[in-house]
Design a protein around this ligand. Structure first.
Ligand code: TYM
Length: 332
């Protein structure tokens, strides 16, 4: 019997991985394998809720796998799979659609944001996406779902679905907990400190595979304020740009806000911004180099995603069979 607790999460390969994905999610996945049974996947089925270029989606999915491994997720210890390779996601996704309410889905922030952004393609999948996400999670009966702040609402909805489903059929699903990091849970755009870092604003977004000089340039251009008297202070309400840079610096160095304030006491942004840039460059350098090396070995990547899909499918199949039986489907 498996004694270890289970951890699961996923990222959409809809764009290149960025610092928000790393600090909000992947960094907290790595080094957990001793303690947890870990499942991490490339959420390719979610990406088609927005139109994708097929060749880019294929390339990004493999790049994401190489970057997962380069970030420290050892495939011997973590199950690193591609969502569409495990058909149980679509199958349970359909079932859970029927246990998720229209009103609940209408309240999802990500749906509201994305439907405002893609007015010409407000498709059914975009709306019911959280039911598929609930299936992604519940198939593996995880204890924890490590995500950034913006995904908390979807995990809360998953918890509502568990309550509803278990209320009818008994203890079918384990109740998952969101696991949100203290520093890095919400990395804001460097040019837009009032909205989260995202690939849609590339000049304020630092990508994992970006060249050091480009990363430095983005940090030097980060939006701060015109405060000149001891400007490096943690004050998110009045100084959101500085708070974001402090948050990033804290997440990559492990230093507290107080320690950062005293390190830069009496200094200006001319010193602070490049220091944050340097710390990020040095954090990302080994990841970038290792990911490039792994990506060149396609046979290795294939062996990883095939073995992982097999393991994931075995675990997911068990949950799905239980669900089908409970809801009254005749067994095969
Ligand atoms: P996605 O692909 O948008 O983001 C992947 C992860 O990165 C985190 N993240 C951030 N964290 C901090 N600051 C930011 N600026 C930032 N931007 C992104 C997200 O919170 C997330 O943890 N629906 C999910 C993918 C998904 C999933 C799942 C996650 C599908 N199925 C099951 C967990 C479990 C999504 O769109 O994340």
């Amino acid at each position: 019997m498996n004694e270890k607790k289970v951890m699961l999460s996923g990222i959409q390969p809809s764009g290149d991985l960025h610092l928000g994905n790393y600090l909000g999610a992947i960094k907290n996945w790595a080094a957990r394998a001793e303690e947890f049974d870990c499942y991490y996947f490339m959420a390719d089925m979610h990406t088609i809720t927005v139109r994708q270029t097929p060749a880019d989606l294929r390339r990004r999915t493999l790049e994401q796998l190489a970057q997962y491994i380069a970030c420290g997720l050892d495939p011997e210890q973590n199950t690193l799979f591609i969502q569409s390779h495990v058909p149980q996601h679509a199958e349970l996704g359909w079932v859970l659609n029927c246990y998720t309410m229209f009103g609940e889905l209408s309240r999802m922030t990500q749906f509201k944001d994305k439907s405002a952004k893609h007015k010409d393609n407000i498709n059914g999948g975009l709306f019911t996406y959280p039911a598929l996400m609930a299936a992604d999670i519940l198939l593996y009966q995880p204890d924890f779902v490590p995500v950034g702040e913006d995904q908390k609402q979807h995990v809360e909805l998953t918890r509502n679905i568990v309550q509803r489903f278990n209320g009818i059929y008994g203890d079918v699903f384990k109740m998952p907990e969101p696991y949100i990091p203290k520093a890095g849970a919400r990395v804001m755009g460097l040019t837009t400190p009032d909205s989260k870092m995202s690939k849609s604003i590339p000049e304020g977004c630092v990508f994992l595979m970006e060249k050091p000089e480009d990363i430095q340039r983005k940090f030097k251009r980060a939006v701060t304020d015109s405060d000149t008297e001891n400007p490096i202070r943690y004050d998110p309400a009045n100084k959101p740009g500085v708070a974001n840079l402090m948050n990033i610096y804290s997440a990559v160095t492990g230093k507290s806000f107080e320690a950062i304030e005293s390190e830069f006491a009496g200094q200006g942004y001319g010193k602070f911004k490049p220091a944050v840039g340097d710390a990020v460059v040095e954090t990302l350098r080994p990841i970038r180099e290792e990911a490039a090396r792994i990506l060149a070995d396609k046979a290795y990547l294939e062996s990883v995603y095939k073995a992982s899909a097999e393991k994931a499918s075995y675990v997911a199949g068990k949950t799905l069979r239980k669900v089908y039986k409970k809801i009254g489907f005749v067994s095969r």
